[in-house]
Design a protein around this ligand. Sequence first.
Ligand SMILES: Nc1ncnc2c1ncn2[C@@H]1O[C@H](COP(=O)(O)OP(=O)(O)OP(=O)(O)O)[C@@H](O)[C@H]1O
Ligand code: SF4
Ligand SMILES: [Mg+2]
Length: 375
Amino acid sequence: MTDEDTNVTIRVENLKAFYTSKNGLVRAVNDISFEILKGESLGLFGESGSGKTTVALAILGLFDNLSRTYASTAGNKENKALWALKDEAKKKGLSSEEMGMELPGVEGQIWFKGEDILTLNEKEYRQIRGDAITYVPQGSTKSLNPYSTFEEQTAEVLRAHDEDNTLTNWQVMKRVLQSLDLVELGDVDIRKDMKPSQFSVGEDQRVLIAMALIPHPDLLIADEPTTAVDMAIQLRILDAIGIIRKETDLSLLMISNNQGTISQTCDKVAVMTAGKIVEFGTTETIMNSPGHPFTRAFIMSNPTMEVIRKMKEKGLRMRGIPGKLPDVSIPLVGCPFKERCEYVQEICREEIPEFREIEVGHFVMCHRYEELPEW
Ligand SMILES: Nc1ncnc2c1ncn2[C@@H]1O[C@H](COP(=O)(O)OP(=O)(O)OP(=O)(O)O)[C@@H](O)[C@H]1O
Ligand code: SF4
Ligand SMILES: [Mg+2]
């Protein structure tokens, strides 16, 4: 990385993450790039199965082991052979392109604090995972231990990263209370002694965010942190995340298929479908002037009040995205949205569209952007 990059927390370049399944390779993340600046929040916004969680697993250095374990327990012979080839390529320092074939696992670069973390071994990764990069996983309240109090669980996180045992009990307690306070749990002196069963799902969710903040990470990855809770709690959780970002220099990768969540917490948005980022821009641009037919259809399939008003003005009706999700076990030819796009033409079926900057900071991956109706 160069000196100019000191303002960048993480830069993902040409990331691919391919699972193996009974149908062969699953191209869950297929050559995507993005960066998050210090103190900035980026939303990964896209439909179910588009590859959002897989991006998180790749950044956390968990992808290869997870997908490999799955292949060895439920995989077939062909897949095991593919993983063996992957190992061979890794040993020789060759990419799948240099091997002349597509291979499972992660490829590309993920620059974090001046190094490509995809080159780290598991021991080195453990120094940053859960410390400089923390994660609130999807559906994560189950990951709380029902038998320990919140104080015990949060303190354990902090102690786990205090390898030299420099923190005093008092310092640990102060950090625990501070982070519980930050997520606005209220009455933290009493609540710290309670166990998860004594709290609601929304409160559990906020404790998990507090636990992810305790190590003072540079990057927090929050994967659908509000799906299991009602609207009022959602707003409180998102508010808490907003407050934390203002008070610290934290960068945030917010993963969600919910417009409200993304609008409330993100500066910029990367829109995903079928393992590709098809549009990128500021949250304002993506939500108010989306340029890609997928983004437009996705926003209209689950519109906010503002979008409903706009659709009424234009005589548009709310509807889901017609057609089936693309099958990412088939190699991508042409545009990832071609089977479901109402503007599709021959070129869309033949050539992968370029990811073009159509105005400063706004990128769209569509052959026909200039010919689309105004939004
Ligand atoms: N262990 C696995 N083995 C094979 N394929 C997988 C595995 N896990 C996920 N996939 C596939 O990878 C693709 C991306 O999945 P991913 O979970 O990243 O999507 P997502 O955008 O997070 O979806 P959601 O919004 O539902 O959480 C999907 O096609 C999914 O079926
Ligand atoms: S490239 Fe073609 S199929 Fe893809 S979004 Fe644009 S118009 Fe639709
Ligand atoms: Mg997911």
